[in-house]
Design a protein around this ligand. Sequence first.
Ligand code: F6R
Length: 602
Amino acid sequence: MCGIVGYTGTRAAMPIILEGLKRLEYRGYDSAGITTISNGKVNSLKAAGKLRELERQLASQHLPGSCGIGHTRWATHGKPTTENAHPHCSGTISLVHNGIIENYLLLKKDLQTKGYIFQSQTDTEVIAHLIHSLYDGNILSAVQKAIPKLHGAYSLLITDSNQPGTLICVKHQSPLILGFGDGENFIASDIPAILNQTRQFIFLEDSDLAVVTAQDCQIYVNGIPVERPVKTVSWSPAAAEKDGHKHFMLKEIHEQPRALRDTLRGKYVDGKLVLDDLQLSHQEITDIKRITLVACGTSWHAAMVGKYYLEKYTSIPTEVDIASEYRYRRKIIDSSTLVIPVSQSGETADTLAALKEAKSMGAKILCICNVMDSSIARESHGVLYTSAGPEIGVASTKAFTTQLAALYLMTLYLAQQRQQLNSTQIAVKVSELQAIPDAMEQVLRDSERYARFAERYHNYPDFLFLGRSYNFPIALEGALKLKEISYIHAEGYAAGEMKHGPIALIDENMPVVVIATPSEVQDKVFANMEEVMARKGKVVAIATNSTAPEAVSDTFIVPEVSDELSPLINVIPTQFIAYHIADFKGCDVDQPRNLAKSVTVE
Ligand code: F6R
């Protein structure tokens, strides 16, 4: 997500912090800022855009001092503007923040009544004023009093110009590390930021609060001092950027539970789904007569799953279209049509063009997007942001699963507003969705099994992927992932379509990955598997303990979840199959040939 860097010591803080932020820049941030303290004075500079803009301004505006904090932002609350960039300040207190404060609106209202004036739209500024409101000259005690009032996930790095040389940091469900030097200490959200300065780290744990000076560091939990082990990290800088994983794609596959938790955070409050950014009135929701989802590639596959969700729970006729097709066909649109563009980057040319055309014809536009203030987000009437964080591997993984979660949330929200699901039913569905990250973690533990599978399967020239119902789009997605990064020809089919053509391809040289987790159409999937095996095809099943088939070539067991949420789980084995085969073949996994991360041309 966002990047944090802090320094306290005897050297000039600003260049060290800037260098640390640069080392995180490979993830693509949208604004940045640095604050230093010198002679009890706060020096601060923030800039929207890439880090080089901040660097350009710093060339003519030096920030003196040997203690400071810095931040690169990936916008979540509020647009990527200079005002919204961190650090945020209240009196003598400055801070940077990663994560999301769920109750920031409530806190903001309360602080406003106490006279605090807000300069930004961020949840972070709320924390600065909150700490200030509890401050009586002792920054540590003000932070300790503020923490219980914050709901959500956060890591914080705080300075107080009344206490120069002291940094306070807090970790709660968002990473933060301490790095140790000789007469100087560092704080960062990520190892690569400070790996050129030190190899000695403490990985803070949830609820840790650390007080760090140039010479010392004390960690507390609930006010009680605790010890944490100092670890030596031997990673190369390149490995550190990937959290020790070989590729960004593998890192991003492993980030899916976190990305999902972040996407769900703050959306279900006091027994109700709250999706304020959708900007749809009750009447507008009631009036929707038709929904069209438009997207490209992997996002189109997510949209296909979304159609199942929307039709099941809202009973609104829903179609899904590839954006490049949609824009050139005759469309039936009026003001009762809801168009939902789905895009990770928010910049895909065809999706953007489809959106603009639908909008010009009077449709209401609600997009699902991972990049705040991107073109698609800006053009839409309302947005549901996924919180996957920057996705660097060209092949989309964590963006896809967060899109599925967003589509599910949007569906439940529409059903809630249209009174098609009652609060008890919504509560059950939301808690099933909230349980998915834990189930994902079980699948992620099996990565090595897929590596061994890749050794045996990397030489097959063709693969088929089969699925039905909610998992038909997962068959398409599995095939897309395999072909784009391993260059093996692969096709995805609705399993029932097999006998209408593809069955002719099946022989002992054709691995067929079949998604066979529990569902209403489970028997039919099993019949399709038999048809493959009868023609000597190699069945690779993705199944649960209760559906594990006999006599197939390979079975990957996944945890059992509801059929409708199973795509969020079942896609992970297909990501691993693609990843490990591509890696085994020595392909450039993160930057496959001929592909770009964001397709901004038609
Ligand atoms: C495949 C992949 C692409 C994108 C597609 C749309 O792994 O990443 O198929 O899904 O180019 O991109 P967005 O979602 O940015 O609109």
